[in-house]
Design a protein around this ligand. Sequence first.
Ligand code: 2M8
Length: 435
Amino acid sequence: MKEKLIDNAIQVLERNFQEGGFTIPSEGLYPFQWKWDSGFIALGFAHYDLKKAMGEIETLMDAQWENGFIPHIVFHNDSDSYFPGPDFHQSHLHPQASKKYRSTGMTQPPVTGFILERLLEISGESHEMLDFIAKHIDKVYHNHEYFYTHRDLEKNGLVYIYHNWESGTDNSPIWDDIWDTMDPPEYEFERRDTTHVDPAQRPSKREYDHYLYIIDIAKKYNYDDAKIAEHSPFLVLDPLFNAMLIRSNEALIKLYGRLGGNEDKISFLGEKQAQSIAGLNSKLFNEDLGAYVHFDLRNNKQLLYVCSSSFTPLYAGAPTQEQAKILVNTLMDKFGDEGRYLCASFDPTHERFNPRKYWRGPVWINLNWMLHHGLKRYGFTDLAQRVKNDSLELIDNNGFFEYFDSRKDNPDAEKNGYGGDNFSWSAALLIDFLK
Ligand code: 2M8
């Protein structure tokens, strides 16, 4: 079973690999390069083709802006199978945007630091990979500097996101509270995603109006961070996004140590790291819920929901051992029923849970990968193994889907796989799980 699954996963990655040296998440549905997808995809390649793994990171970093920002989509190529494309996003409005590539003017979770660390491990600490890291690490550092300079409004080490697409968890029920504070215009546009995927598994038209309106506000201010912070109705501290930054800081510190020199950078990262961990634990940990939650900066309140992002600080080593125990209790109470695969993307005991709809309930393999490593880090070995086994079983039974129904006995469909098929990070992370 293992070898067959790996072969099939390799086929998915090879099929999604593009001539320009980057990889799309899924044919038709996502025809460009996405930032955090690209990191996970590189891990899959690294197990059998180091050159492709390096190329994946290189093509992403090539689109970095002068201010250190890395966009969430790089439009290396043209395609009319996706909306909104480059003409809507208009990244050129920002004076420091890449002159070489069109992109979006928003970002995604900063995974690249820890991806570099894992690439080095997978390569068996090869000289080739170490040289590659030496060539690119300053760009990742510059990206972290960008976050701490422009996105840390309260100077407590926590960086904000201004759009739900920056979170990666696009239509999480958590954002419903923010949509309630907005009344965007009714946009006229042609949806493309719903020509590839059953609309029941995708966000609604009205949700898209909100997504587009926030981009229009950002464009009005030429993607200026300070103006966005002043005017965006969506301004959130996300535990997943900040956990990724913390985990990547840790990786950069380790990698700089390995390369030698760079004491100034190590000390900057070390200082920020301590602040970010303290910020996460004081501002985003909710004792009553026993989990990390999101914080709505615009309306100055915690958003009181538990979702798979709530557990990602484990991967970053941010919680104390005591907090880690609390998190595991919450995970088992709400998500851990034996009749379910781990880990639903939103609290299955909550009325807003939807087992089939995108980020409103289904299981995602990248979140499971982080949860697995986070649980292992804190010594919850059996539970970590369960998360891994569940991920493998879902893929083995259904294929390399984008997301999966958490119900083992699913009355709604013959299969548990939803969204895009032949999805790159599901394939890449399966390889990393199995190798
Ligand atoms: C999904 O997001 C895009 C917008 O960025 C979309 O729905 O059009 C999310 O799952 C996101 O996390 C992911 O990076 C992207 C590509 O796989 O698709």
